[in-house]
Design a protein around this ligand. Structure first.
Ligand code: UDP
Ligand code: MG
Length: 150
């Protein structure tokens, strides 16, 4: 099964959206295999967003992400990376479709509630950055046989 890294950012935590977000991913049929609630250290924020290091918005992004606790998760499922990106919606919440997390709850790009890996390669890198292999659980969802066709 595929895995992806998902993180409720400090704005999502402070707005009480952790439960709503976990519910949406669970209801979709995806499987939660790891989770941790923490304020991210600077090193992991820089590593997480290394493709944006030279961007003008990077200093404010870093300050914002480190400004409060995040809820870090690993989710599992077939094609989970693109599926979660679809549920999350466009980076700019003003352009995110209604029904998506950012479309339903956000207004500003710099307060867009949630992070999700953008490719299987990013997912592998981000999962390894934030979690040790032993922190990932293996179990069967009771409804797996009726979620997947094969
Ligand atoms: N971001 C920002 N201003 C911008 C572009 C991005 O504050 O102009 C932040 C925003 O929190 C975004 C994150 O940087 O989610 C990473 O940007 P990316 O383009 O990778 O968007 P994402 O993959 O989160 O949709
Ligand atoms: Mg991204």
């Amino acid at each position: 099964m595929d895995r992806t890294f998902v993180m409720v950012k400090p704005d999502g935590v402070q707005r009480g959206l952790v439960g709503e977000i976990v519910s949406r991913l669970e209801a979709k049929g995806l499987k939660l295999v790891a989770a941790r609630f923490e304020v991210l250290p600077e090193k992991r924020v820089t590593e997480q967003y290394k493709e944006h290091l030279t961007k003008l918005f990077f200093p404010s992004l870093k300050k914002f992400i480190m400004g409060g606790p995040c809820f870090l998760m690993v989710w599992e499922g077939r094609d989970v990376v693109p599926i979660v990106r679809t549920l999350v919606g466009a980076t700019n919440p003003q352009e995110a479709a209604p029904g998506t997390i950012r479309g339903d709850f956000g207004i500003d790009t710099g307060r867009n509630i949630i992070h999700a890996s953008d490719s299987p390669e990013s997912a592998a890198r981000e999962i390894a950055l934030h979690f040790r292999p032993a922190e990932l659980s293996s179990y069967t969802r009771a409804d797996e046989s009726v979620i997947y066709e094969y």
